[in-house]
Design a protein around this ligand. Structure first.
Ligand SMILES: [Zn+2]
Length: 499
């Protein structure tokens, strides 16, 4: 019987989010051990589900679930949270006794206040305990940052191919299949990494057209080549102020290092060639409002990437609310701000009440101050909703949520930030987006799918915030240079590693 350990430790960090994530944030989400990992994570389309699906089909494999935990995107995790996860890996593996392989679901872009590369550290701990001969396959988000430490300690790294990420289950399956074949001695995996000296914004990293679509086609084509086992391009989420960040391609091949190197370099170079295509015009709020008013379309999307909870922001920026108020809009607009205090106050006032609240920038205090608005409470809800698009069926929970009508502006005030995978938040609050000329959303790209049936006109806003689309607005004083788009690079060096 072969014993395969599975585990999950996921959080996406953002160097520019000043709110650090504590251990409590993981517990609040989930932190399962042993059989509970199978019970709660072994389904629902997760990477762990993909592991379990493949591993459980093998008669001579015993699954040894260690633990599974996740916190939402945000700032670097605390030293306590880091130590807890590292300790659970160490103790879990020591207790597990003899182990024949590991499938680890990681994110790839986690930071901690005590480390630039927690997941590299976690993989190193696993490696030190199980030794050089035991295969370790890790799954990662394509927004993960592939460091030397991650590369050196994993046998193989397999990432999501899709953004939006609707292929978590398949990614888990791909990694587990490779692990099973390795354990059985059917393949001898080698891995190559190619890195291009560039950072790209998230808005254009989707597979719905654009440069990543082209890259994806090449990933698919390469994976069909004889001897190639897995190919992933990691455009990386750009808000990581760490030395080794950058666009990467990881290729796993069966014994043929040269083949793996060649494919990884080709894909990294392709990213470089396409770098300008990742750029998209970003528009200051006042200008975007002006353009929206001039537009013939009934609905226009204003994309406040900078405050996207999915990118690690707090969702509590009031910049777009302020911009709409300053523009004195006379057409219906909707915008959201996270502010539990304001939501509570408005909810207590009751439907139909006229209320004045101070709203926004109480969490992200460095980028603005609360503003006072007076409006009529139009709707109060518990903020619980079911996602209908990506991750359909999973539940979002904004806490007490109020729609305050401020002139023509429907201001949705929620108590907690949630990922905007679709328009679930507005739906939940009774805001029918097609009734609004301007719809402010806080996600870099989900609008392309969510709102395509009502409008194709969208402006990406040049607003400040931890997940801004304007990469040049960040100091990035710790990243290795030269790097596009910050430096002039004549002959890019594609950094290559192989093992
Ligand atoms: Zn991602």
């Amino acid at each position: 019987m072969k014993r395969i350990v599975i585990l999950e430790a996921i959080q996406e960090s953002n160097s520019y989010c000043y709110v650090n994530y504590e251990l409590k944030d993981f517990y609040d989400h989930y932190y399962y051990y042993g059989e509970d990992v199978m019970k709660y994570r072994g389904h629902a389309g997760t990477e762990v589900h993909g592991f379990v699906d493949i591993l459980s089909q093998e008669e001579d494999i015993e699954i040894v679930p260690l633990f599974a935990t996740h916190a939402t995107s945000g700032g670097a995790i605390s030293a306590e949270a880091y130590e807890k996860i590292a300790g659970d890996i160490r103790e879990g593996l020591q207790k597990a006794g003899h182990v024949d392989g590991i499938c680890a679901a990681l994110h790839g872009a986690m930071l901690s206040v005590s480390s630039d590369d927690p997941e590299g550290d976690f993989l190193q701990i696993m490696r030190e305990i199980v030794g050089e001969e035991v295969p370790i396959f890790a799954t990662m988000d394509l927004h993960g940052n592939i460091t030397r430490k991650k590369f050196e300690n994993a046998t193989g790294i397999v990432g999501f191919r899709h953004y939006p990420h609707d292929d978590s289950f398949q990614t888990g399956q791909r990694a587990a299949r490779l692990l099973v074949k390795t354990v059985k001695g059917e393949i001898q995996p080698v891995m190559a990494l190619g890195k291009a000296p560039m950072l790209v914004p998230c808005n254009t990293g989707t597979i719905g057209g654009g440069p990543m679509e082209e890259i994806l086609k090449n990933e698919d084509r390469m994976e069909e080549e004889k001897g190639i086992l897995a190919v992933t391009v990691f455009p990386v989420q750009p808000w990581l102020n760490v030395p080794e960040t950058g666009f990467a391609a990881v290729v796993i091949a069966d014994g043929e290092k040269e083949q793996a190197i060649s494919c990884a370099q080709t894909l990294a170079r392709m990213g470089w060639e396409l770098k300008e295509k990742f750029e998209r015009e970003i528009v200051p709020p006042a200008k975007a409002i002006e353009l929206a008013l001039e537009a013939e379309e009934d609905n226009v999307i204003l994309v406040d990437t900078a405050d996207a909870p999915g990118g690690g922001s707090t969702g509590d920026s009031n910049i777009m609310l302020k911009a709409l108020l300053e523009a004195k809009v006379t057409v219906p607009c909707c915008v959201s701000v996270v502010d539990s205090e304001a939501a509570d106050k408005a909810a207590r006032a009751g439907i139909g009440a006229k209320v004045t609240v101070s709203v926004g920038n109480k969490i992200d205090v460095r980028r603005g101050t609360p503003i006072e608005v007076t409006g009529t409470v139009r709707r109060i809800s518990d903020g619980r909703f079911v996602y209908a698009g990506l991750f359909a069926g999973s539940v979002g929970d904004m806490g007490t949520t109020v729609v305050l009508q401020v002139g023509e502006i429907a201001l949705m005030i929620s108590s907690r930030a949630t990922y905007e995978w679709d328009d679930g938040q507005y739906r939940c609050a009774g805001v029918n987006v097609s009734d609004y000329k301007m719809i402010v959303i806080k996600n870099p790209m989900s609008y392309q799918k969510t709102y395509q049936h009502i409008t194709k006109r969208a402006y990406i806003l040049d607003t400040p915030g931890p997940s801004s689309a304007n990469l040049k607005s960040f100091p990035f004083e710790r990243i290795n240079h030269p790097k596009y788009p910050f430096d002039q690079i004549e002959n890019p060096v594609i950094e290559t590693l192989v093992k």
